[in-house]
Write a protein that binds this ligand. Structure first.
Ligand code: ZN
Ligand code: ZN
Length: 421
């Protein structure tokens, strides 16, 4: 059977980021379309859409299994050898009463990637075979929305940081799972980059016999989940039952609430130690900033910079950016503000993208705690700040997700185009 055509014919759509109703021109494989108003990406058409996605998803599934099956890292100090797997790291954190971090580790390294890959493989295989299998819409939704909760690449960076930290103190061995984890990270990132929500919705609509190229009629709204056009007054999508509302209810209050929670957690995250190191010579507890200073003083400048950017700069930048966006959504501005709204949209995209990289330091602590357990020779224990800092990262990510970027456009577009609601 021939693979389905990756190209999309010309069709109308509504920009999910600024609500602009527009006619998308025909797009060929490899092309990308941006919204003329907010400049956000509307649709990215992959080359060989189904075949390459299936191949990368399958490869990622194999590397996922290999990453969990073998030892990840080992170290030798004064003749004592120690090695860990990803599961044993989670188990050790669990026994150290850091259940939240242990669960999060398994969520972002195993459960979400496994679900994402299974859902992606299922949907793309159904499209490839032109088969109307059950649950395709739910699987497509899952594949399109799980990206922020997969952090295999962040974990791979954390392994490298931990190894450089330990290099002067012990002999380090990379296990088979370390190499498969690198390949898992690359193939997972590639698969995620191939999954395009709008493309998927369009092809699924065609699979079910809908014609998404029909012109818009007045008084229609697009479903944010499946792109189906519904009557303006409909409460739920006629196709997928997703709740339709012009704007997400109480989105601004929710964002502010989550942001405040993160800001409160940021105080203990910086005041208390994130990690305690015990060795024959000394025993010391270090906060995030002290950790940066220690690495800087011993000449590990790249590590000091990575931790400083990920743990100090990124969270502060996220607080500032999200606060600014909340204020901008609340302020009433007149016409001619499209340029600033476009800047705010860009700021929001960057905020969404960088948030997960803050987890680097928490993962470094998780790896060191699991690996460096040699009794009196040298041992590392997690500090309470690791927990509060995890809370900071999770709550700022949720705050960014709950923010409805269309609020920025409402106040700035209404006067320009009164017909646009
Ligand atoms: Zn737009
Ligand atoms: Zn829908």
């Amino acid at each position: 059977m021939l693979p389905i055509d990756a190209a999309l014919p010309a069709h109308p759509m509504q920009c999910p980021h600024c609500d602009l109703e527009l006619g998308l021109p025909a797009l060929q494989a490899g092309q990308l379309a941006r919204c003329p108003r907010c400049n956000d990406v509307l649709c990215r058409i992959p080359l060989h859409a189904t075949d390459s996605t299936l191949a990368y998803a399958l490869a990622a599934m194999i590397f996922l299994c290999l990453s969990f099956a073998f030892p990840l890292l080992g170290m030798t100090v004064e003749g004592v050898h120690q090695q860990i797997t990803i599961f044993s790291s989670a188990e050790i954190l669990f026994h150290e009463d850091f259940v939240l971090i242990a669960d999060l580790l398994l969520l972002v390294l195993l459960f979400t990637p496994a679900l994402f890959l299974a859902a992606t493989f299922y949907v793309y295989l159904a499209l490839r075979l032109n088969a109307r299998w059950p649950g395709l819409r739910a699987a497509a939704q899952l594949a399109a929305s799980s990206r922020p909760w997969m952090m295999v690449d962040v974990f791979a960076l954390a392994i490298l940081v931990s190894m450089i930290k330990l290099a002067s103190l012990a002999e380090i061995h990379f296990g088979l799972s370390f190499w498969s984890l690198l390949l898992f990270s690359l193939s997972l990132t590639k698969t995620a980059s191939l999954v395009d929500k709008h493309w998927l919705n369009f092809k699924l609509a065609q699979l079910y016999g809908d014609d998404p190229t029909q012109p818009w009629t007045d008084g229609e709204q697009s479903c944010p989940a499946c792109d189906k056009r519904n009557p303006k007054d409909a409460r739920r999508c006629v196709r997928c039952a997703h709740r339709l509302s012009t704007r997400r209810p109480h989105s601004l209050q929710l964002t502010v609430g989550l942001l405040l929670t993160a800001a409160i957690l940021y105080i203990p995250a910086n005041l208390y130690p994130i990690m305690l190191t015990e060795s024959l010579r000394s025993s010391e507890a270090s906060t995030i900033l002290e950790g940066v200073v220690i690495m800087w003083n011993i000449g590990s400048y790249p590590i000091a910079l990575i931790i400083f950017i990920a743990s100090v700069l990124v969270p502060i930048a996220k607080f500032a950016a999200l606060s600014l966006l909340c204020i901008a959504a609340q302020l009433r501005k007149g016409a001619g503000e499209t340029v600033s709204a476009r800047r705010y949209t860009q700021l929001y995209r960057v905020t969404e993208l960088i948030g997960r990289w803050s987890m680097v330091d928490v993962f470094v602590v998780a790896i060191l705690v699991a690996l460096v357990r040699m009794g009196k020779i040298m041992s590392v224990y997690p500090g309470v700040a690791a927990l509060s800092f995890t809370g900071v990262v999770v709550f700022t990510m949720l705050a960014a997700m709950s923010f409805d970027i269309r609020l920025i456009w409402d106040k700035r577009v209404n006067k320009e185009n009164p017909a646009h609601d």
